[in-house]
Design a protein around this ligand. Structure first.
Ligand code: HEM
Length: 447
C-alpha cells in the first residue's frame, strides 16, 4: 500500500492561480516534475523563485555560505505578532548570539536532563487515551504540547497558563493560512500587508500567558527555587562572547518559537507515524514488541534498544516531513545551474520533494522502515534527507524531537493496537504537514 500523497497540479498556472492553490495547500499547488527536477525557476513580474533539489546547491545555501542566504524580512514580519524577534526569524549577528545562548541547553548531555519530563508526558498520554475512535492529530498535539511544558517549565499541560497557551494557539492557527501566504510569497514592498484582527488578538493573548510563565520563572531563579529545566538553563546561561543573558521579553520570543516549532512539528510526525503503523501491521507488531518492557526503569540511553521504532520514525519524517519547505533569499546576484538569479530572489528548499525525489530514492513513495538499515539509504539520506534542515541553522530541537518521537510512539503502540478508519487522510501543508480532515484511528487496548 502506497501511503497518501497529494495529487500534484498538472499544467502551468499564472501567479494568481498559483497563489490561490498555494493558499489552500502548498503541496498540491506544485507540479509533478518537481519530484524529478534538480531545480525549478519560477518567474513572475514581482519576483523570481528557485526551488532547489540539487544537493550541491542546497549545500551552498545552508551549509557552506548560509550568511549569504538569510531568511527574508517578510518571514519575520509575517510571524512577528507571535514570535517577535525569536531565533527562528532573525539573521546575522543577532541570530548567532541567540543560538550561542540556546544551543547549550539542547546539547546531547543536557537532553538527558529533559528526558524525565518526556517520560512523564508519555505516561500521562497513555493514561488519558481511551479505547475507541480518535482524531489522532488532536491526541498527538496535546501530548507534544505537554512535552514542551514539562521539559521547558516543569509544568504539565493542565497548568492554567500552559493550557491557555495551548488553547489560544489553536485559535491562532485557524487564522494562519493568510499569514502564511504573506510570509512565503514575496510580494512587492508597496503591497499592503495586514494581519487579521483575530490573528493579532490571539498572538497577544498567547504572548501574555507566556510572559506570565517567564516572569514566574525569573522570580524563582532570583529566589533560588527554580527547577533545573530548559527554561532555567536558558535564562541563566550567559553568552560566552558577550556575557549577555536573555531579558524577560527576549525569552518570551524564544519560548513562543519553542512552543510553535516544538509542538506542531512533533505532533504532525507522531500522528503520521501512527497512521503508517495502523496501515502496516507487521511494522506495528515489531514496534509493539520493542515497547514490551518495564517503563518505570526506562532511561534515555535505553532508546537505543528500540531500533525499529527509530527507523519507523525516521521513515515517517521522510514521507511526511513536518516542515515541508523552507525559504531563503539571495543577497547578491548568483548563478545556479547556469541560471542568473538576481539579488532578492527567493530560494525554496523542499524536504517534501527531496525526500521523495525519484532520482535519489528507491521506491520513493513507499513506506519501508527497513531501508534505514541499508547502505543505499544512508547514501540517499546524505544527499536528500533533511527533516530538521542542516548546517548552522539546523533545528535546535532535532535531538530532542527524535527522543520524544520514538518514546511517544513506542508508549502508545505498546499500550494500544491502532487501526485505520474510513478514507485515507489527505496530506496538506500550511505551516506544517497535516491531514486535511484529520487522521481517524481506532485504539484497542493490548493485553
Ligand atoms: C519532529 C519535530 C521537528 C521537526 C521536523 C523540526 C524541523 C525544523 C526545521 C526544518 C527547522 C528549520 C526551519 C528553517 O530554517 O526555515 C527548524 C528550526 C527550529 N526548530 Fe525544529 N523541528 C522539530 C522539533 C523541534 C523542537 C521539539 C524544538 C524545540 C523544543 C524545535 C525548535 C526549533 C527552533 C528554535 C528552530 C529555529 C532554528 C534557527 O532558525 O536557528 N524544533 N525545525
Amino acid at each position: 500500500m502506497i501511503p497518501p500523497k497529494p495529487t500534484p497540479r498538472d499544467g502551468r498556472v499564472g501567479l494568481f492561480g498559483y497563489m490561490r492553490r498555494f493558499r489552500a495547500d502548498i503541496l498540491s499547488a506544485q507540479p509533478a516534475r518537481l519530484y524529478r527536477a534538480w531545480m525549478a525557476e519560477f518567474r513572475t513580474p514581482f519576483f523570481r523563485s528557485y526551488m532547489m533539489n540539487d544537493p550541491q546547491l542546497i549545500d551552498i545555501v545552508i551549509k557552506s555560505r548560509p550568511d549569504d542566504f538569510p531568511k527574508s524580512d517578510r518571514v519575520r514580519e509575517g510571524l512577528a505578532p507571535l514570535l517577535g524577534r525569536s531565533v527562528f526569524v532573525t539573521n546575522g549577528a543577532e541570530w548567532k548570539r541567540q543560538r550561542r545562548i540556546i544551543d547549550p541547553a539542547f546539547a546531547g548531555g543536557r537532553l538527558r536532563d529533559a528526558f524525565p519530563g518526556m517520560l512523564d508526558a508519555a505516561q500521562a498520554m497513555i493514561e488519558r487515551a481511551t479505547e475507541g475512535e480518535h482524531e489522532i492529530e488532536e491526541l498527538a498535539s496535546y501530548a507534544a504540547a505537554d512535552v514542551i511544558f514539562r521539559t521547558l517549565f516543569s509544568v504539565p499541560i493542565e497548568d492554567a497558563l500552559a493550557a491557555q497557551v495551548f488553547r489560544e494557539f489553536r485559535d491562532y492557527q485557524r487564522t494562519q493560512p493568510l499569514l502564511n501566504i504573506a510570509a512565503l510569497i514575496p510580494m512587492p514592498r508597496w503591497m499592503p500587508r495586514f494581519h487579521r484582527r483575530r490573528t493579532l488578538a490571539a498572538a497577544r493573548s498567547i504572548r501574555s500567558a507566556i510572559t506570565a510563565l517567564v516572569d514566574r520563572r525569573a522570580v524563582q531563579i532570583e529566589d533560588g527555587s527554580a527547577p533545573d529545566d530548559l527554561a532555567t538553563k536558558i535564562m541563566t546561561f550567559a553568552d560566552p562572547d558577550t556575557g549577555h543573558r536573555f531579558s524577560v521579553p527576549e525569552m518570551v520570543d524564544q519560548v513562543a518559537i519553542f512552543f510553535l516549532a516544538g509542538h506542531e512539528t512533533s505532533a504532525s510526525a507522531l500522528a503520521w507515524a501512527l497512521y503508517l503503523l495502523a496501515t502496516h501491521e507487521e511494522a506495528q507488531d515489531r514496534v509493539a514488541a520493542e515497547a514490551t518492557r518495564d517503563w518505570h526503569t526506562f532511561k534515555f540511553s535505553d532508546l537505543s534498544q528500540m531500533p525499529h521504532t527509530r527507523d519507523v520514525f525516521r521513515e515517517t519524517l521522510r514521507l511526511y516531513p513536518p516542515v515541508p519547505m523552507m525559504v531563503r533569499e539571495t543577497t547578491r546576484p548568483e548563478t545556479f545551474r547556469n541560471r542568473q538569479a538576481p539579488t532578492g530572489a527567493q530560494i525554496v528548499l523542499s524536504p517534501w520533494h527531496l525526500h521523495r525525489h525519484e532520482r535519489m530514492w528507491d521506491n520513493p513513495d513507499g513506506f519501508d522502515p527497513d531501508r534505514w538499515q541499508t547502505g543505499a539509504t544512508r547514501e540517499s539520506a546524505r544527499q536528500a534527507y533533511m527533516p530538521f534542515s542542516a548546517g548552522p541553522r539546523v533545528c535546535t530541537g532535532a535531538g530532542f524531537a527524535m527522543a520524544e518521537g520514538v518514546l511517544l510512539l513506542a508508549r502508545l503502540i505498546g499500550a494500544y493496537r491502532v487501526a485505520p478508519i474510513g478514507d485515507p487522510p489527505v496530506p496538506v501543508a500550511h505551516l506544517t504537514v497535516r491531514s486535511r480532515d484529520g487522521i481517524r484511528l481506532r485504539l484497542t487496548l493490548r493485553q
